[in-house]
Design a protein around this ligand. Structure first.
Ligand code: ADE
Length: 875
């Protein structure tokens, strides 16, 4: 439940010795962000625990650690506590934390203590200067605490606190001696948002409905002239609002409690302007806005949003905004997350104008997904506090804080030196070993994947937790209190992982030797040189990956296949460029554009047997992919390879290359494919509802379960064909499936989707762009792309189909957390987060999806099997 739980523990779970705070999932929820922050295990250092006063040195703040008995067993403020006293224990958490739980104990002191705090209150500060008193949702500051010296009393904070500094202030009604030991629970506040400002929320009054106050009732900043500023509140408390805002949940104080809402006509300009301030400069990928859409009451998500950015606190707002238009929906009244791509803009502050689509606009949560650039990651100021476990002095009666600090500094120094020496030894060893391996592998083409670098950078945290319940039976849900998780202290990095996976190790080793991307040398490598696969039925393509010139991966093929394909001459006809008449732009990517063109006389040009749609006397429409005039020679070569490969693909569920324009060297290269009138499957589904009597009666565009099953069959059929040729697609997703006028699906990858769907891709420092939410763990961790990793992506594609593309996979996880989840898939200790079963999805199909996400490649179905099983379901 949302409101204060309390629980007595004789002892809390022991916290592990881990050196980072666990990150919060986007839109962090109290239910899942419950990690011990390090009082008990010493990650919070003595220096960061201070107090307004202490009775003796043996009851100083450093003795306030839960379940510890050093000194005289607890922190005790000086003298007896008076009801009017404000004595506090202060903790500096060194970074912003989403704090959800506080546990307290009294002074037990091996059964000789007698003191405990019956009540306490909290003050917090994000900057160390401005202190705010915490209040629960009813406005009370008091938390009930201990009734004896030994039990831990655990209190949930509703609302949670986002803070770096915290003061615990014991409260008493009569004169008492009080002593306290504490532990805090929560996780790192990864959004980095330190304040938002907005117009004050308003009240909705309509005949026949309860009065609905849509104010930000937990906002901790200032309210002046109807404007909130300088604080955080309900939009960052991790509680999302219900679909029906009038309905009142048991734990809500009033209807619509979770929402902050504004009425269009009361604000004048037709938009709500909000400003967001962050702890430091960040590189923003997206903003997620949880928004109500109860259109029957005049509430809709915003029609569009325009954000401007400020790089530094003192700089001007940059002129160029990022704008985003939503697809409005007056059919489905569900509240939803709207994801706004922020195009990797760097900023410390954002100002966004959310434009009304109807009379009301209501948000319950706003979260930001941002990355850091490599310089920031490398800079010591970014590193999480390295919290060395304290050296407890069990029998020291008067421990000198200064002495302890001196000691710990020396040990840190020694530790650092030893680590550096060890690192140097490891590096030397690796260099020698690498030379040896390189010799053995004899010039096999190698590349180190940038993905690996990312994973190393991002897998330092041991575990992640998600807001949506993981899917049974793989992951079980704990009762709320067991969710004060233990972190796994073991850090397994991908390098260690490689050693553990003999079947994966060779290619990765080969990659490691190259030290960078190499142009694939198709003549030097055979699959047997590069792999010793234990799973022979899959094609493996670490060997070569063709980057589609317009930014796509294009199909990656084993070396021999490419070799044979590329050696042959192009078997596709050259079409006179002047007969392509431009109609409109369909999309664009990094290296080119796709245009809709009329192709004059194409039917005659291609002759009988050409697979062209019926013309009915109308001009033939085609999609023309064109390389930018200023493309590099590498991009040009890749484009030509792509043409050669595509010219050999011929299947009803694969996009068909019709002709090319490559002969006049002064003109940009073009490839001409069939035009798919119904666009991509992602867009197609997201604009439809599930078929029902309602959709029929109101003429609402819809799809049935049978339609979805038929789509699945078609995609599996196209993929079966690619797999039979040992082609690995590497970017299978609904955005890369196109629909023709008869709703036949054809798999494509024009790379253009990367602009339109940029938030589906994870950019590694402006270089590789990866569809991580669709990628198998071994592709992310080891750069290993195979038909089996296509099978994984097929599972995600099925999931997209059955969620009607209304949600991005793992929408509640940031990109970094998706990568961390990948580590959990590898570790396979039941902590990996699976996509949950879409409500519309037949259970047998969801089981099929789950098999696609098997950890072991051999356990994943083949496309042959997938096609067979989906065909059976389709019948
Ligand atoms: N966008 C990219 N390729 C396309 C195609 N072949 N048809 C329609 N839209 C497209």
């Amino acid at each position: 439940s949302l409101f204060c739980h309390s629980l007595l523990f004789t002892s809390l779970p022991t916290a592990p010795k881990t050196f980072t705070f666990s990150p919060c999932p986007p839109s962090t929820s109290s239910a899942h962000c419950r990690y011990p922050l390090g009082m008990e295990d010493g990650r919070i250092k003595n220096d960061d625990i201070t107090a307004s006063s202490q009775w003796y040195e043996t009851t100083g703040p450093q003795y306030a650690r839960l379940n510890h008995e050093e000194g005289d067993g607890a922190w005790c403020p000086a003298g007896q506590l008076q009801p009017s006293d404000v004595q506090y224990l202060q903790l500096d958490l060194r970074q912003l934390i989403f704090l959800t739980v506080v546990a307290t104990q009294g002074r037990y002191a091996r059964n000789s203590g007698n003191e405990f705090a019956r009540k306490y209150r909290l003050e917090y500060s994000r900057d160390g200067h401005h202190w705010i008193s915490w209040r629960n949702r009813f406005g009370s500051e008091i938390l009930m605490a201990n009734i004896n010296t030994y039990d831990s009393v655990v209190r949930d904070l509703h609302p949670p606190i986002i803070t770096q500094f915290l003061r615990l202030i014991p409260v008493t009604d009569a004169v008492h001696t009080v002593c306290m030991r504490v532990e805090l629970f929560g996780c790192a506040w990864q959004d980095g948002l330190t304040a938002y400002s907005s117009p004050e929320g308003q009240t909705m009054m309509a005949p026949g409905y309860p009065i609905t106050s849509l104010n930000d009732s937990t906002y901790d900043g200032a309210l002046e002239r109807r404007k909130l500023s300088g604080g955080l509140g309900q939009l960052t408390d991790g509680v999302i609002g219900q679909d029906d805002l009038v309905q009142r949940r048991q734990d809500q104080l009033w209807p619509g409690y979770d929402y902050v809402g504004w009425r269009n006509d009361s604000l004048g300009p037709g938009y709500v302007e909000m400003e967001f301030q962050f702890d430091r400069q960040r590189n923003f990928t997206s903003m997620k806005v949880h928004s109500n859409n109860m259109f029957s009451r005049g509430v809709k998500i915003f029609a569009s949003v325009s954000c401007v950015f400020k790089l530094h606190l003192i700089s001007e707002w940059e002129a160029e905004p990022v704008e985003f238009h939503t697809v409005l929906d007056d059919r489905n009244p569900s509240a939803r997350y709207v994801t706004v791509p922020l195009k990797h803009r760097s900023a410390t502050a954002l100002r966004c104008r959310f434009y009304f689509a109807d009379t009301w606009m209501m948000f319950s949560e706003i979260s930001f997904q941002s990355g850091m650039n490599l310089e920031q990651l490398a800079s010591p100021s970014h590193w999480p506090p390295v919290l060395t476990p304290p050296s407890y002095e069990l029998n020291s009666k008067v421990p000198q804080t200064t002495q302890k600090t001196g000691k710990s500094h020396t040990s840190i120094l020694i530790g650092c030196l030893v680590t550096i020496i060890l690192l140097l030894v490891v590096i030397i060893f690796l260099i020698l070993w690498c030379r040896y391996v390189c010799k053995v592998l004899e010039k096999a083409p190698r590349r180190i994947l940038e993905e690996e670098v990312t994973v190393r950078l991002s897998s330092s945290s041991d575990t992640i937790i998600l807001q949506t319940p993981p899917v049974p039976p793989r992951v079980s849900l704990d009762p709320p209190y067991e969710r004060i998780f233990l972190l796994d202290p073991q850090y397994q990095d991908p390098a260690a992982l490689r050693n553990k996976l003999p079947e994966l190790s060779q290619s990765a080793e080969a990659s490691a030797c190259s030290g960078g991307y190499a142009e694939p040398d198709v003549t030097l490598c055979t699959p047997h040189q590069c792999f010793q696969s234990s799973v022979p039925h899959y094609a493996e393509t670490d060997i070569i990956s063709l980057q589609g010139v317009t930014g796509s991966n294009m199909y990656a093929v084993p070396a021999l296949t490419v070799d044979s394909l590329t050696r042959k001459e192009i078997s596709v006809a050259e079409f006179p460029r002047e007969r392509l008449l431009f109609r409109e732009k369909l999309g664009e990517g990094q290296f080119g554009e796709v245009h809709l063109c009329e192709a004059e006389g194409l039917a005659e040009f291609l002759g009988e047997g050409a697979l062209l749609p019926e013309q009915d006397g109308r001009p033939v429409l085609v999609a023309v992919k064109q390389l930018r005039a200023d493309a590099t020679s590498n991009a040009r070569n890749d484009f030509l390879k792509e043409i050669k490969i595509m010219s050999r693909l011929n299947n009803p569920n694969i996009i068909q290359l019709l002709c090319v324009c490559v002969c006049v060297s002064s003109d940009p290269l073009c490839m001409v494919t069939e035009y798919m009138e119904n666009g991509d499957l992602n867009m197609f589904l997201s604009q439809r509802e599930i078929e029902s009597t309602l959709t029929h009666a109101n003429n609402i565009p819809s799809v049935s379960i049978a339609d979805m099953l038929h789509m699945s069959v078609q995609i599996s059929s196209g993929m079966k064909y690619l797999a039979s040729l040992n082609f690995v697609h590497r970017d299978l997703a609904t955005r890369n499936c196109l629909l023709d006028r008869h709703l036949t699906i054809k798999i494509s990858d024009f790379g253009m989707s990367r602009n339109l769907y940029s938030s589906d891709y994870y950019r590694i420092q402006g270089r590789a762009v990866l569809p991580i939410r669709w990628m198998a763990w071994e592709s992310i961790l080891l750069g290993k792309f195979t038909t089996a990793s296509d099978v994984w992506a097929f599972g995600v594609t099925l999931w997209e189909i059955f969620t009607l593309s209304k949600e991005q996979p793992y929408s509640l996880l940031s990109d970094e957390q998706v990568i961390e989840n990948t580590g959990e898939f590898f570790r396979n200790q039941g902590r990996q987060i699976f996509l949950s079963a879409p409500p519309l999805c037949p259970s047998s199909l969801f089981e099929l999806m789950m098999r696609c996400w098997s950890r072991d490649i051999a356990d994943r179905p083949t496309f042959h099997r997938l096609n067979k099983e989906s065909n059976i379901m389709d019948r």
